[in-house]
Design a protein around this ligand. Sequence first.
Ligand code: GRF
Length: 200
Amino acid sequence: MNIIVFVSGRGSNLEAILNSELLKGKINVTAVVSDKLQCGAFEIAKRNSISTYTVGNKEGCISYTNLADILISLNIDVIVLAGFLKLIPGFIVSDYKNKIINIHPALLPSFGGKGLYGMNVHKAVFESSAKVSGPTVHFVDETYDTGRIIAQKCVDISDVTKPEEIAARVLEAEHKLLPFVLSKFAEGKIKIVNNRVMIN
Ligand code: GRF
């Protein structure tokens, strides 16, 4: 299965995908795309000899139209958003319906939407006094964090004393959940039945 990973930051989820034993021989990370000219995830891509592209309007960037051509030429099966902060344009969302997934560091539909990314999410969870958090992998639609939920993992945060502890526990769970979901995609075991996403 050919995947492409979209990133904006450090790339620990990209690294988890590349190092996953579960995914060995099942997926091919064809390229990494960012809205930044430089980011930690690009360093990881380069170390693994994976092509990188920056999408946007600045010099040195490609347009979303160029990107759509690249997706076709790479024969992409699944687009993975792993910390990508921009919205995906509607024409790509409709061309890749139920083929774009995002990982969000909280249990959606709570603590999602515009502005709720990175530490903002964990601070909001902390301030709510919630006792559980955890990553959500969901399909991507045209708005932030509203697509159908594919998989979630609960993490106990009842004893935390600061948002950074929530972030660390959730990230550890992300690094397992995203490879797990991709392995199920590669095995053709993700189906939509009666508007619910089923994994078998
Ligand atoms: C992760 O917490 C992910 O859930 C969120 O952005 C963060 C990306 O981290 N969407 P990394 O770049 O994969 O380390």
